[in-house]
Design a protein around this ligand. Structure first.
Ligand SMILES: [Zn+2]
Length: 327
């Protein structure tokens, strides 16, 4: 049985997270995390920000990882962001000139700290992608900001971390074929739009057909699931799709968005996947990539179960599996 975390232990454990570049040489699960990920929200805000603190603390507490697994990402610079986002949007973010409507669409109270935080999280995904090339897999405690478009943000997403990382790797010539597997319950609309005419990036989104966003974009492959879809259909759909897709697309790298808002306990998700089903989903994606020696970079995505323990447990499973399968 998994050990539960005593809340008082959290600040103590978090203080031990540090970066040591020498450890890069030793294969291990590298995890992007920084205290800047935790952005203070007004009481009652529906985004469970505390998960960014609780997940690393839980993983340390139970011994799944130790401090050396974590690294603090640095911040992206403008040039790197501009490979994906428009100059106008970046300028509006930097000068805090988004309209009220644009701010409402994002859903977080705006501040320079929030804009800055996004640069660290998105670079966390890029740096994880680089670790994944060396170690097989790497994971960002946050990220999966797939509702961010080139010229605007929405649904708690400001910069599109996976799109930014993909565009940088493509520009550097590291890869010329990337597959994005987006299994968050919400369609990866921003990602789909950004790569609409980019043949080197294949976007696959499996999501709730009736869920947000109401107006879906067109991914290279979309699978819309009916409300209340349960484990059996969810998993058989994934297992019938992913291996064939990899065979057809022949990617050199996979980005996986492992949102846990597919859970039956989720208040926004509309699906009925159990925590075991969610774990089996993650296991299947990871095992498939590992069997094929495909570098795998994982961003967490959403999770809105009313009890934070369900969110933390489901996300923690993704990290536990990565450790078991790859190391
Ligand atoms: Zn979501």
């Amino acid at each position: 049985m998994t050990k539960r975390l005593n809340k008082l232990a959290i600040p103590y454990l978090i203080n031990f997270i540090y970066t040591d570049p020498l450890l890069i040489l030793h294969p291990m699960l590298k995890i992007a995390y920084s205290p800047i990920y935790i952005y203070e929200l007004p009481d009652g805000h529906r985004f469970p920000m505390e998960k960014y603190e609780l997940i690393p603390a839980q993983l340390l507490h139970e011994g799944t990882v130790s401090q050396e697994n974590f690294f603090h990402p640095t911040a992206l610079n403008d040039e790197e962001i501009l490979l994906t986002h428009t100059a106008e949007y970046l300028d509006k973010l930097k000068t805090q000139n988004l309209s009220r409507k644009e701010i409402r669409a994002i859903g977080f109270p705006m501040s320079s700290k929030l804009i800055e935080r996004g640069r660290y999280i998105a670079n966390g995904t890029l740096q994880c992608a680089r670790y994944a090339i060396k170690h097989g897999v790497a994971m960002n405690i946050a990220g999966g900001t797939h509702h961010s478009f080139a010229d605007h943000g929405e649904g708690f997403c400001i910069y599109n971390d996976i799109a930014i990382a993909s565009n940088i790797l493509l520009k550097e010539g590291v890869f010329n074929k990337i597959l994005i597997v987006d299994l968050d319950v919400h369609q990866g609309n921003g990602t789909a739009k950004i790569f609409e005419i980019e043949p080197r990036v294949f976007t696959f989104s499996m999501h709730g057909a009736k869920n947000y966003p109401v107006r879906k974009e067109q991914s290279d492959l979309d699978i819309g699931l009916a409300d209340h879809t349960k484990d059996e259909l969810y998993l058989s759909t994934l297992k019938d799709t992913l291996p064939n897709l990899i065979e057809q697309v022949k990617p050199q790298m996979v980005f996986y968005l492992s949102g846990v808002d597919i859970l039956e306990t989720d208040k926004l998700g509309r699906l009925s996947v159990s925590i075991e089903g969610c774990k089996e989903r993650d296991r299947f994606v990871m095992q498939t990539c590992q069997d094929l020696n495909l570098p795998l970079c994982i961003s967490m995505g959403g999770g809105y179960s009313p009890a934070i323990r369900h969110i933390v447990e489901a996300h923690a499973n993704t990290f536990r599996l990565a450790n078991d399968i790859f190391f």
